[in-house]
Design a protein around this ligand. Structure first.
Ligand SMILES: Nc1nc2c(ncn2[C@@H]2O[C@H](COP(=O)(O)OP(=O)(O)OP(=O)(O)O)[C@@H](O)[C@H]2O)c(=O)[nH]1
Length: 333
């Protein structure tokens, strides 16, 4: 889009040669560039191809009139705005009304002087500039809103979804899984002996460890509806829709294996040299009585059991079983 001081590209539409030449001469003497079209259909094609800054449009032409051309241009630009000035020998009130109704922005009487044409173009340039500024502002606003949205739903340290986003999504998934009659698994995860990590390695190293664990969790969310979030402190949450109890436990075992392979060093863990996680899982097919708070309480209860039973494992609230026991059972069967 042109700024006010710049030359405009102007599409001149007239079926007669002489008016086109006159308009070209006037526009070029004002420093603008000219594209010509000699019939209505060509005018629409040239407009679509060249996207001029402004259209100078004759009204009376064979086949279709200038009003038709204006309507086609408005339909083609979809959300854009190109000033259209009608040029006509007829300029009664009715003609002007029809021209504006058809999408024109001004109506000039033939013959037009270079001075008047220059003044009209200047006015249109001002409008173009204001529109460009408005568009720029609304784009800035859109970006600022997107950033705010990002900030309000994400944890600044890890980039994962934050507690608010977890709560929102959990409510949505309870409703969705209830409608679909599908199981929903929710897990709360906690880094083992993280206080000792911080005490030994320092808070900054602790932050780095939180980011590394967050990245692993994010990567573990393979299905589009899975969500990993930071629930607070060194606690994370996973929402796993369409996941039954056994599936959630298998998922948890795979996650622990991934964490083991990542071999993040823990400077002071009684369990071993690596960072480990404990998790509590709850699974249900939600019904009318299911609440987000209830699921989180059960997951927290299961997490407590995982810690109590030795850490570095996930405990299922409904199965009253942890991932170690599940593994032994599957080996025995
Ligand atoms: N570096 C860092 N540490 C955090 C952050 N949020 C919470 N913590 C620390 O996480 C530690 C959690 O300690 P505890 O709740 O005692 O749990 P724990 O030491 O992991 O022990 P268990 O959970 O029983 O295995 C505390 O020392 C918190 O200061 C954070 O954003 N960055």
């Amino acid at each position: 889009m042109q700024t006010p001081q710049e030359a405009l590209s102007v599409l001149v539409v007239d079926d007669q040669v002489m008016p086109r030449l006159l308009a070209r001469a006037a526009l070029e003497s004002l420093g603008h560039r000219v594209i010509e079209a000699s019939n209505p259909t060509q005018a629409v094609q040239v407009f679509i191809e060249h996207r001029p800054d402004l259209v100078l449009l004759d009204v009376e032409m064979p086949q279709h009139d200038g009003y038709w051309v204006a309507q086609q241009i408005r339909a083609a630009e979809q959300g854009g705005w190109t000033p259209i000035l009608f040029l006509s020998g007829r300029h009664g009130d009715e003609d002007i009304w029809r021209g504006i109704e058809a999408g024109g922005d001004d109506f000039l009487a033939k013959p037009i002087t270079t001075t008047l044409l220059g003044a009209k173009l200047r006015a249109m340039q001002r409008l173009l500039m204001m529109r460009a500024k408005l568009l720029q502002r609304s784009e800035e606003l859109r970006l600022a809103n997107a950033q705010l949205q990002q900030l309000s739903l994400h944890d600044s340290l890890t980039g994962l979804f934050n507690r608010r986003a977890i709560d929102e999504r959990l409510h949505q998934e309870i409703a969705a899984c209830r409608r679909e009659g599908q199981p929903l698994s929710v897990a709360l995860l906690d880094i083992d002996h993280f206080k000792r990590f911080n005490d030994k390695a320092g808070h900054l190293a602790g932050d780095t460890c939180l980011k590394q664990v967050a990245k692993l969790l994010e990567e573990a969310c393979l299905r589009p509806r899975d969500l990993a979030g930071r629930y607070g402190g060194e606690e994370f949450a996973l929402i796993l829709p369409l996941t039954p109890r056994s599936g959630a436990m298998t998922y948890a075992r795979a996650l622990l294996r991934t964490l083991h392979r990542a071999a993040l060093a823990h400077p002071d863990s009684p369990i071993g040299p690596q960072v480990t996680l404990s998790g509590g899982i709850t699974t249900c097919v939600p019904d009318e009585a299911t609440t987000a708070e209830g699921l989180l309480l059960r997951a927290d209860d299961a997490l407590y059991n995982a810690k109590r039973k030795g850490r570095n494992r996930f405990f299922s609230y409904e199965m009253q079983l942890d991932t170690e026991e599940q593994l032994q059972l599957s080996r025995g069967s």
